[in-house]
Design a binder for this molecule. Structure first.
Ligand SMILES: C[S@@+](CC[C@H](N)C(=O)[O-])C[C@H]1O[C@@H](n2cnc3c(N)ncnc32)[C@H](O)[C@@H]1O
Ligand code: SF4
Length: 358
């Protein structure tokens, strides 16, 4: 059996915890960075047999990978398998010229920078550690170090964000000229400080979000970006190859605390407890993905893309009545072998997919 070509590596450390975030993170802990990298390399050694001889993509996500002590981050990068695309997520305030050069020198090909917004009052609402000038400075340091594939993350739907604020954020992002942009609607994650403080406000503004989403898409496509996935935009064909692997339903190996893998019909999740993970006790949660679940996931993820979804082997996940209805409404189009959402269908997204599934 051929091996897995996508490797995700989770680095949980952050400078502080943003109120809206529910990822597996740990604040500070400089004394644990080396032990954590040792634990990652141990897990990689144990799992190496799962990986293909040639890995296509490696993605270091977090947390804030670039908050990890530079020497430890470089030690990790140098021990990971080489890949065509090696992405590291970075928070703007952590990007110094030294860090940018270290990443480049260690084989990183792509950096995804968490800008979120360029409006200081909205960054305050999100409790971000970076100001707009930090984003611009980080971007310049990465360019100076030779990076020609940079992505920016933006969030919209921040309480208090007007349409003018959104348009100014998009204009500021476009002005920097990233090769890739991810634009997410702010989600109220259950149990977070943010949801406690702002959950009612997010619910009140929900109706306006369809219009915000349409503005995001029309502004970015108007600036020449390809809307290749519901929340993702790129220049040319500089799609995020690692994430494309998820959306296309490829298997992937995730290592690190709380990391998720999908391997041969099984999804597993490592313990979210840092001390336990460092001890090498993965205490994994396992979920068997039967054929029906896999087919449904393929439909849900595949229809997020701007290319038609091949239906061979997954047709049984579709409800013929629902399919006829969404086709009649002009939300989806199918031919003998493929199914695709129309632009209108893509705006409605999940609601259309739910209608299509058995
Ligand atoms: C796990 S974060 C890690 C990146 C980095 N630490 C940062 O904060 O920029 C990856 C991306 O997920 C998005 N994100 C995190 N929490 C979110 C939420 N509650 N709603 C929408 N997007 C969120 C942000 O855009 C963020 O850049
Ligand atoms: S949003 Fe990013 S920086 Fe903030 S706590 Fe989450 S992972 Fe850390």
């Amino acid at each position: 059996m051929s091996g897995v070509e996508h490797l995700y590596v989770h680095l949980p450390f952050c400078g502080h915890r943003c109120g809206y975030c529910d990822f597996v993170t740990a604040v500070g802990r400089p004394e644990q960075h080396a032990a954590y990298v040792d634990a990652l390399l141990h897990e990689l050694e144990v799992e190496r047999g799962v990986l293909a001889n040639e890995v296509e993509t490696v993605f270091l996500g977090g947390g804030t990978p670039t908050f990890t002590a530079i020497a430890e981050l470089v030690r990790l990068l140098e021990a990971l398998p080489a890949a065509d695309e090696v992405t590291v997520e970075a928070n703007p305030e952590t990007v110094t010229p030294e860090l940018a050069r270290a990443l480049r020198g260690a084989g990183v090909t792509r950096v995804s920078l968490g800008a979120q917004s360029f409006r200081p009052h909205l960054l305050d609402v999100l409790e971000r550690g970076a100001q707009p000038e930090d984003v611009r400075r980080a971007f310049a340091h990465l360019r100076d170090a030779g990076f020609d594939n940079l992505s920016l993350d933006l969030i919209y739907g921040i309480p208090g964000q007007t349409v003018a604020d959104l348009e100014a954020d998009l204009a500021d992002a476009i002005e920097l000229g990233p090769e890739h942009l991810s634009c997410y609607e702010l989600e109220a994650k259950p149990g977070t400080r943010f949801t406690h403080a702002w959950g009612d406000e997010l619910a009140r503004q929900a109706d306006a979000m369809e219009d915000y989403f349409e503005r995001v898409v029309s502004t970015l496509t108007g600036a020449g970006y390809r809307w290749y996935e519901t929340a993702n935009f790129c220049r040319g064909d500089l799609r995020a190859r690692h994430n494309l692997g998820y959306w296309l339903g490829h298997d992937y190996l995730g290592i690190g605390v709380g990391a998720v893998s999908t391997l041969r019909g099984e999804r597993r999740r490592n313990t979210p407890k840092l001390a336990r993970y460092i001890r090498g006790d993965y205490d994994r949660e396992l979920e068997l993905l039967d054929d029906e679940t896999r087919a449904k996931e393929r439909v849900m993820l595949g229809l997020r893309l701007d290319e038609p979804l091949p239906l061979a082997g997954i047709r049984h996940a579709l409800d013929p009545v629902g399919l006829a209805r969404v086709e009649q409404l002009g939300l989806a189009e199918q031919d003998e072998e493929t199914l695709a959402l129309t632009a209108r269908g893509r705006f409605l997204g999940g609601a259309v997919t739910a209608e299509l599934l058995n």
